[in-house]
Design a protein around this ligand. Structure first.
Ligand code: SF4
Length: 376
């Protein structure tokens, strides 16, 4: 087994009770089988409480039942009760490991930091550049107790995806390319590769490079405008998917971003909004070029390997493009005053949009229904 780590990994340290956007709430916290068995073995009234504090989610996983969108085991000083008491066998592995996340693809395990943690996001913003995966010490390997194992075992695909990852990052960091150009070229490459994979043409998919012409294009989402998706589509997601009445408590940073966006863009027509966004985005990308490139590269690295499951390389690229565009849109509505605020924005977007399995599936379905129904 070969374990590789994202370069940011070694620099991470949880800030615990000093954290500015604690991770113990606002999303689903799955309980692994071993921890669940340990919970059942407590004295009857404690195990009854623990049973009451669990629920099954949409994917059939047992999760902690949040109370008012917070984990019921968080203490007043924002620490995990189990960790505080040294009772680690009752702390779900996902919590022990967070924000480290590991994906197992055949004999390869890739470990990265989830940007849903504001400290991880801060590391990315502090020194924005192109990052790679590296091998680390045995101690680092021992920290990883659990990984997401894909139901596939295709070494060729793993290497093909890694080649693509390198090509995509080369493009993003190519000084001759603007970021929107790179975004569109990457989309076109992923589109063409998907067509080849759909015909089980692995060699053909591998031969596709970012500069080759697409077999089929979708002008509405890859043509005009500064953003990849038109504002009409982002508005659909914002108003139909993200505007739940509970958002203010479930994800306060995202709620604030949505409120500011609606207050300003709600007064404009979509054409005016598109123009305003283009003008501001151009300025922001020029001013903080490295940061936007580092953010987009990170999203590509995190999202793209999901295709190891189903060969659908277009899906992760569509999601990376969406995350980039949302962050850019919210940034240009209310530019964060410092790195702390910016890292909380990233973590807020990530907790509801980027790192949310059911949302990922729903969004890809929305994109397919709207833009890809003609494709056979
Ligand atoms: S969000 Fe990150 S830094 Fe904050 S408590 Fe969670 S793991 Fe620690």
């Amino acid at each position: 087994m070969r374990l590789v780590f994202h370069e940011l990994y070694e620099q991470f340290a949880c800030t615990g009770s000093a954290c500015i956007y604690n991770c113990c709430g606002g999303w689903q916290i799955p309980i692994d089988d071993e921890t669940y068995v340990n919970m059942q073995q407590l004295t009857w009234y404690k195990s009854l409480f623990m049973t009451l504090m669990t629920k099954e989610n949409r994917l059939g996983m047992t999760c902690i039942r949040e109370i008012n969108y917070r984990c019921p085991y968080v203490t007043k000083d924002h620490l995990c009760r189990f960790q505080k008491n040294g009772n680690m066998k009752l702390m779900p592995i996902v919590c022990q490991q967070f924000p480290r996340s590991a994906m197992k693809m055949g004999d390869n395990v890739e470990v990265y930091l989830m940007l849903s943690c504001c400290e991880a996001a801060k590391l990315l913003l502090q020194e924005p550049r192109r990052f790679d995966y590296v091998e680390l010490s045995k101690e680092a390997e021992d920290e990883i107790q659990q990984w997401w194992a894909f139901k596939n075992d295709d070494e060729n695909l793993y290497h093909a995806l890694k080649e693509d990852e390198k090509m995509m990052l080369d493009l993003v960091w190519d000084k001759e390319q603007t970021l929107p150009q790179a975004v569109r070229c990457i989309y076109k490459m992923a589109f063409e590769k998907t067509m080849r994979y759909a015909r089980a043409d692995m060699a053909g998919a591998r031969a596709v490079t970012p500069v080759s012409a697409p077999v089929y294009d979708v002008p509405e989402i890859s043509g005009e405008g500064y953003g990849f998706y038109p504002l009409t589509f982002l508005n659909d997601i914002i108003y139909k998917k993200l505007s739940a009445p509970t958002m203010s408590r479930r994800n306060p940073p995202l709620y604030r971003m949505l409120t500011s966006y609606k207050a300003e863009y709600g007064k404009l027509s979509e054409a005016e909004g598109e123009q305003l966004f283009a003008q501001r985005a151009r300025k922001s990308v020029a001013e903080h070029e490295k940061m936007w490139k580092a953010y987009y590269s990170y999203q590509l690295q995190q999202q793209y390997m999901r295709a190891y499951e189903d060969y659908y390389v277009l899906g992760p690229v569509l999601m990376a493009n969406l995350l980039l565009e949302f962050f850019l849109l919210f940034w240009t509505v209310s530019e964060p005053k410092d790195i702390d605020e910016a890292s909380v924005m990233i973590a807020g977007i990530e907790r509801t949009i980027g790192n949310n399995g059911p949302f990922y599936t729903d969004i890809l379905e929305m994109i397919r229904e709207r833009y890809f129904t003609d494709i056979r």
